[in-house]
Design a binder for this molecule. Structure first.
Ligand code: ZN
Length: 104
C-alpha cells in the first residue's frame, strides 16, 4: 500500500476529531516535524510512528489491529480523495474534504 505524504497528511486530519487532546497535539506535532524533513520516506515514517500511538484512541483500529486498520483506512480515504479531486468543481463551502485541506 503506497500513500503519498500529502495524502497521509489529509488522512491524519480525518482522525483529529476522534483523538484525545494529547494525541491530537501529538499528531499535529508529528505533521509539523515531518513537514520540516527533506525525504518523503522519513516524513511518512514519522507520521506512521505517531499513528501507532494515537490509534489507541480509535476503537476500530484497536479492534482490527493497527496494521490492518491502516491498510483499509488509507485505501478507503485515498479513494474518497481521488473522487473528490476529480469532481472538485462541484464543491461548495460545506465540502468536508476541502475543509480538511485548510487544516493540513
Ligand atoms: Zn471539496
Amino acid at each position: 500500500m503506497t500513500v503519498s505524504y500529502s495524502d497521509l497528511k489529509r488522512i491524519c486530519v480525518t482522525y483529529l476529531d476522534s483523538l484525545s487532546p494529547i494525541n491530537r497535539t501529538r499528531l499535529l506535532n508529528a505533521i509539523y516535524l515531518a513537514d520540516g524533513e527533506e525525504s518523503e520516506h522519513r516524513q511518512k515514517y514519522l507520521i506512521r510512528q505517531c499513528l501507532n500511538r494515537v490509534y489507541w484512541d480509535i476503537e476500530e483500529a484497536v479492534n482490527m489491529g493497527f496494521h490492518r486498520f491502516a491498510d483499509l483506512d488509507f485505501k478507503r480515504k485515498q479513494e474518497a480523495f481521488e473522487y473528490h479531486d476529480a469532481n472538485h468543481e462541484q464543491c461548495d463551502s460545506s465540502c468536508p474534504i476541502c475543509k480538511l485541506e485548510m487544516i493540513a
